[in-house]
Design a binder for this molecule. Sequence first.
Ligand code: APR
Length: 237
Amino acid sequence: MAEIEHIVVLTGAGISAESGLATFRGPDGLWEGRRVEEICTPEALAADRELVLDFYDQRRRALASVQPNAAHKALAFLDRHWPGELLIVTQNVDDLHERAGARRMLHMHGELLSALCGACEERSAFGGDMIGGPRCTACGQDELRPDIVFFGEMPYEMERIERALMEADLFVSIGTSGAVYPAAGFVQMARHAGADTLELNLDPSAGSLYFHETRIGPASALVPAWVEDVLATASSA
Ligand code: APR
């Protein structure tokens, strides 16, 4: 492995699958049997607020019964021990990376445990149900919506992510199907800027051909093994 200092890790629903959270695509996926446009768009929220809030209320409740798995824990270990730059970018809206102890991370598609006020646009920590009309802690209006980036909306922190991708020596994608942009394009951005690229996934993703290397298997096995390798490289450098 060439000498590396800057690492960007991208995670998707596959990293939380072994914790018991459903992925989006595939036979048991959240989008199977549902039309994404009826749930995950600003238009859906305007057309059927109850349906959208209920979908995310159920997913928020599901967080209470799951725990970080070996893959989240290994990334948190990497976060604490990697001597160079590291950024973990997750498309996931669960809080399993944080609960495992990761700090140098961001949620590009928002968070279930956050609310966005439709009136004042304030983002605030939120743990309950949105059906029932809780009020914004900042402005007092009852226009809270899940702080989730819907299809057609701009993901969070894109400038910071793009900067990190430009500087990356290594880009690693974990548990994502590569079906949704802009995240699906990160591998090409990092590669064009000179990074080595590695995919860890249960199945080859839509963008597998763009990676220098793809390892196929469950995240709970592949991620701890990769973290061990990359930390061994750092300590022998
Ligand atoms: N270990 C590793 N990978 C796994 C595992 C596992 N145990 N289980 C499933 N996977 C892989 C699947 O093979 C698939 O490629 O995880 C990927 C999950 O893909 P998606 O369900 O499409 O999830 P994701 O890529 O995160 O979706 C991207 O789509 O609707 C949206 O906004 C939502 O952030 C989400 C985005």
